[in-house]
Design a protein. Structure first.
Length: 145
């Protein structure tokens, strides 16, 4: 259903992220779908951001939603896409926001997954819906601020 691909140093929080993703998959009734979480460093995500979004800076998370593609092929399962998370940026933001690395990594994981599921935050209304959903999932799993 999903794979976590760690391209950086060992991260002890990955077991909890795996449990969180399993929780969300069940909660959101995601059946017959595939997606990946790829953990990278700032340099890698900077290159992705520049190449695919035309933004020449580091970011925390980028989601490549395959179901958004017009070239989508109908299969017996859904290929949702890939979520790239900068571990460096997540660590920096955890310090900046005054919460744990686990909380920040969990937030970015859920944020990216919701993008793959079609949620967005381009308007105030969309942002309210998406952020409410993020908070509900994190709180129900037990990861709070």
């Amino acid at each position: 259903m999903f794979e976590i691909i760690n391209e950086v140093e060992e991260i002890k929080e990955l077991d909890t992220i795996n449990e969180l993703l399993n929780f969300v998959v069940i909660k959101e009734k995601l059946e017959n779908c595939l997606f990946n979480i790829i953990l990278v460093d700032n340099d890698y995500i900077h290159k992705l951001n520049k190449e695919y979004r035309g933004i020449d800076r580091v970011t925390d998370v980028i989601s490549f939603a395959l179901e958004d593609s017009q070239d989508e092929v109908k299969l017996d399962f859904r290929v949702l896409g890939d979520i790239y998370i900068s571990v460096d940026k997540a660590k920096d933001q955890a310090k900046e926001y005054g919460h744990s690395f686990l909380r920040e990594l969990s937030f970015l994981t859920i944020h990216g997954l919701l993008h793959l599921l079609g949620y967005d935050h381009m308007t105030k209304e969309e942002e309210e819906i998406m952020f409410k959903k993020q908070d509900e999932l994190l709180n129900e799993f037990g990861i709070t601020r």
